[in-house]
Design a protein around this ligand. Structure first.
Ligand SMILES: [Zn+2]
Length: 187
């Protein structure tokens, strides 16, 4: 395991030691796909839909969330410069590279908890029994799957089907590549 960590801005404190809570994020709407990936990893990530930077900053400060954005304007704010605000300025357009950047900045790969949050609403998912979802999932799913979770907000039901497997594989590959890149940089 590599100890490499990118601190995107030297003024911000991003060390994630074992005792500190898992980081929470607020994603600007220009990195909405990244938010879904982080939720898939189990990281509480809200998406900011508005245009008003000062509201975004206020929410981030109040809820202790790290801002993820592609917008450089926000870096000119005083709270950003003095390190009170945690921001990762996302450098790529590609969601996969964005995930790598955040994983590297926070060393997230060791704490990955797949499918604990709704990918759409960021709500903690609740376990459901097979009988509870009987009439809510397609018959072939009911026959082949035994574990289900439901979002209390949008009532989407998730199971470990082919879509889940494909996303997990993709995420595992991204995390593996990130580690390899880290190792080649530190060795
Ligand atoms: Zn939901």
């Amino acid at each position: 395991m590599s100890g490499y960590c990118i601190l995107v801005f030297a003024t911000t404190k991003m060390e994630n030691t074992g005792s500190s809570p898992r980081p929470k994020f607020i994603a600007d709407q220009n990195v909405g796909k990244l938010a879904k990936w982080l939720r898939m990893m189990g990281y509480d990530t809200t998406v900011f839909e508005g245009e008003d930077d000062s509201r975004l900053v206020r929410i981030a400060m109040n809820e202790d969330r790290v801002i993820l954005t592609r917008d450089t304007h926000i870096m000119r704010r005083r709270v950003a410069k003095n390190g009170l605000l945690k921001i990762i300025l996302i450098s790529s357009d590609e969601p996969e590279l964005q995930v790598k950047q955040v994983v590297q900045a926070f060393k997230l790969d060791c704490q990955f908890q797949a499918f604990t949050l709704c990918l759409e609403c960021n709500q903690p998912l609740q376990a459901k029994s097979k009988q509870q979802v009987k009439d809510l999932v397609p018959p072939y799913v009911f026959q082949t799957q035994s574990q289900y979770v439901e979002c209390p907000a949008c009532h989407r039901i998730y199971w470990r089907g082919t879509h889940w497997a494909a996303m997990t594989r993709k995420l595992e590959r991204v995390l593996k590549e990130t580690n390899q890149e880290n190792d080649s940089r530190t060795s």
